[in-house]
Design a protein around this ligand. Structure first.
Ligand code: PEP
Ligand code: CO
Length: 477
């Protein structure tokens, strides 16, 4: 990585001698967030051990480079302008236990299958961003969990503590940060190799989609669409553009993202890019701020305003017009297209009432924003038999309403954000597989929220593709 020449770590750069550059936001430094109120943080009892791990991580090679983050920002700029579509997806929470080549391969495969369906539907390039290679810290509704009169700290993701309900496991352990780093590095390396090779060629992906159509009952529904995609492929070949020879058609660019929740970890990977004279968060290409930590006066907004990456911000039912505009001012003061993505997660029953006003505000104020729909987090329910779950139809309904709202407002419905896995789990209800409440227990593996399984994810992508073609005024036949 040639970029190591142009970036310095905070280790080598004490605060007193911070470089001053007009590109560095006023009053910001990689650790300025520490002076702000902060929510959703664990309590470490051994502060020295945490600080020592942070120093070690700050010395390690970063996982991504400023140049890659800039490339993603450019691609998201195309999304903001209506010339590309964003697909962001992955586990609610990555875990140490589910880390395997098989799982990563299945994940990459379903992301690519969804991409091709969405590309066909949207008629434009699809920007692929994983919730992966760093998505290990979770916000929780309570600081503690109580079972049979015993209260312990809540599980906050494998980056922080363990899921088992005992004192030792729930104690935050800084060693987990190093484990996250190494797992993220290996994940990124493996995915990069898959996405650069034959695995990600259009030919291979079409073959998988034909398999899906042939083997599963729900796939049959999309037979006509898959046939059309294949016709397009034949046309490309007839033009003399062989997919295996054309880099554009045989390789897929893939980016990573996670919630920038545990800022000690994020600060450790903040690097100064000398070419641009600004800092980048180099644990990932894109970071987002969760719905519970997006207060404009708090630490998470402070940290993210100062890095040059593309950033996301969740937008839930409690968002106000004032906060929306303050977040734009703070996080995207130069109104750069591609810098800020609002990921809306209202829930299928509220989106129709709550989203249009925000879309209008942004349009009236002339802000360049990527609008993406997270139809997962506003649609979580508890099944009568006690599982946290989501209904496929609620998820689909929120996405459909999101498209309809943007169409009515004359704005671009830029993308979708899913919690999904390539595995055959039974965590969300419904879909053509008709997963029922009774099925939930059979393969419920998530470490946090319920995910769409491979088949549900692909089905959703095909249904969205149909929807997109309707909005473009193109019939799907
Ligand atoms: C998440 O994306 O996993 C999450 C917790 O979302 P939100 O901040 O929207 O609740
Ligand atoms: Co979640």
């Amino acid at each position: 990585m040639t970029l190591s020449l142009s970036i310095r770590t905070r280790d080598a750069m004490p605060i007193a001698s911070e470089p001053s550059s007009p590109r560095i936001a006023m009053g910001w430094s990689p650790d300025s967030w520490r002076a702000f109120p902060i929510k959703q943080q664990p309590t470490y009892h051994n502060h020295e051990a945490l600080a020592a791990t942070e120093r070690t991580l700050a010395r390690y090679p970063s996982l991504t480079s400023p140049a890659e983050a800039r490339a993603l920002k450019r691609e998201l700029g195309m999304v903001a302008e209506g010339n590309a579509f964003l697909l962001q997806g992955g586990d609610c929470a990555e875990s140490f236990a589910e880390f395997s080549e098989k799982n990563l391969r299945n994940y990459a495969r379903v992301m690519l299958q969804m991409t091709i369906a969405l590309m066909y539907g949207a008629g434009c390039p699809v920007v692929k961003v994983g919730r992966i290679a760093g998505q290990f810290a979770k916000p929780r509704s309570d600081n503690t969990e109580t079972i049979e009169g015993i209260s312990l700290p809540s599980y906050r993701g494998d980056m922080i503590n363990g899921q088992d309900f005992d004192h030792e496991s729930r104690e935050p352990d800084p060693e987990r940060l190093s484990k996250v780093y190494f797992q993220s590095g290996a994940t990124l390396n493996f995915l990069r190799s898959l996405f650069r090779g034959e695995f990600a060629s259009l030919n291979t992906i079409s073959r998988w989609n034909m398999d899906f159509v042939a083997r599963s009952a729900q796939g049959k529904r999309f037979e006509a669409m898959v046939e059309r995609i294949n016709e397009c492929m034949h046309f490309i070949a007839a033009c003399g553009l062989s997919p295996s020879q054309e880099q554009q058609l045989s390789e897929a660019t893939f980016y990573t993202s996670h919630e920038g929740l545990f800022l000690n970890y994020e600060q450790a990977f903040t690097r100064f890019c000398e070419q641009e004279e600004r800092y980048y968060a180099c644990s990932s290409h894109m970071l987002w701020i969760g719905d519970r930590t997006r207060d404009p006066n708090d630490a998470h907004v402070e940290f993210l305003r100062g890095v040059g990456n593309p950033i996301g911000c969740k937008l839930g039912p409690s968002m106000t017009r004032d906060d929306l505009l303050r977040l734009c001012d703070i996080l995207n003061p130069n109104n750069e297209a591609g810098r800020l993505t609002f990921i809306t997660r209202m829930g299928s029953h509220k989106v129709g009432e709550l989203l249009p006003q925000h879309v209008r505000t942004i349009k009236e104020e002339g802000r360049h924003i990527v609008w993406s729909c997270d139809p997962m987090h506003g649609n979580t329910i508890k099944s009568p038999n006690g599982y946290k779950t989501r209904k496929f139809n609620d998820i689909l309904s929120e996405v459909r309403q999101f498209f309809a709202i943007h169409k009515a407002e004359g704005t671009h419905a830029g993308g979708v954000h899913f919690e999904m896995t390539g595995q055959d789990v039974t965590e969300c209800l419904g879909g053509a597989q008709a997963i029922s409440e009774l099925d939930l227990g059979s393969r419920y593996h998530t470490h946090c929220d319920p995910r769409l399984n491979a088949s549900q994810s692909l089905e959703l992508a095909f249904l969205i593709a149909e929807e997109l073609r309707k909005h473009h005024g193109v019939s799907s036949r």
